[in-house]
Design a protein around this ligand. Structure first.
Ligand SMILES: NC(=O)c1ccc[n+]([C@@H]2O[C@H](COP(=O)([O-])OP(=O)(O)OC[C@H]3O[C@@H](n4cnc5c(N)ncnc54)[C@H](OP(=O)(O)O)[C@@H]3O)[C@@H](O)[C@H]2O)c1
Length: 213
């Protein structure tokens, strides 16, 4: 499959790229000009902005599917109150451009988050507090906007909603009804699930599954 990966330099993105190569896909990764990114030699790396319609139009040509692992950066990734340094509409804007540029029969799988939109009601009190009060709020609003745009599109789309991310190894991925305090999923497992969706191996019964290990 000819696969385009956005957010390829992030924790989940790097995993998507390397697992996709292992599965035999032809991978094109879009990475910002200044970001350090080391990819397997089979990967075509395009440097530029994911918010450039012209760039996306060029790189989408000939692709069967797109995976987006984009997410808003904070100055300090470990501090939820740290200032957001990415455009606050990054995921909704990039996905909006993809929706306009991709042909209807193509597949788009993106990372959202458990706690977004109606899943907020099924989220543990700590995360609810952080979403209401910290820099997680604007990031979740952007993801909600992104999901809304996808719902109005006719693409074959999935916005997966992982619980808390870790860097453990790949483990079995389960879908969940709620986001409990200690539920976690590893980034390699998220990557595997995204690729399984794109390949049709996983067919969740909702387009916005909460996933955990
Ligand atoms: N952390 C959690 O527990 C958790 C739980 C559920 C869902 N999520 C969601 O999952 C997403 C992926 O997780 P992750 O750990 O892989 O995140 P990550 O390592 O922070 O990766 C974020 C990706 O977005 C890109 N990005 C950020 N700002 C950008 C910009 N202005 N222009 C272009 N690209 C930009 C980054 O590129 P650069 O490398 O160039 O900055 C990077 O590739 C998170 O962002 C979040 O929305 C997280």
């Amino acid at each position: 499959m000819n696969l385009l990966v956005l957010g390829a330099s992030g924790g989940c993105g790097i995993e998507v790229v390397s697992q996709a190569v292992t599965r035999g896909h032809n991978v094109t990764a879009v990475v910002r000009e200044t970001t350090f990114f080391e990819a397997p030699e089979e990967v075509k790396v395009i440097r530029g902005s994911v918010l450039s319609e012209q760039l996306l139009e060029e790189v989408i040509d000939g692709k069967d599917a797109v995976i987006s692992c984009l997410g808003l950066n904070r100055k300090n990734k470990l501090n939820p109150w740290s200032e957001i340094i990415s455009p606050k509409n990054l995921t909704s804007e990039a996905v909006g451009l993809l929706i306009n540029l991709m042909k209807q029969d193509k597949s788009l799988a993106v990372i959202s988050a458990a706690g977004v939109a109606e899943s907020f009601a099924r989220t543990n009190p700590l995360l609810k507090f952080l979403i209401r009060r910290s820099s997680l709020g604007p990031a979740y609003s952007d993801l909600e906007k992104m999901e809304k745009a996808l719902k109005g599109s006719s693409l074959n789309w999935y916005a997966i909603r992982p619980v808390t991310l870790t860097d453990f190894k790949i483990k079995e991925v389960k879908t969940a009804d709620s986001y409990s305090l200690f539920s976690m999923i590893s980034r390699p497992s998220v990557a595997k699930y995204l690729l399984d969706i794109i390949e049709g191996v996983e067919q969740p019964d909702t387009r916005t599954p909460i996933i955990k290990n």
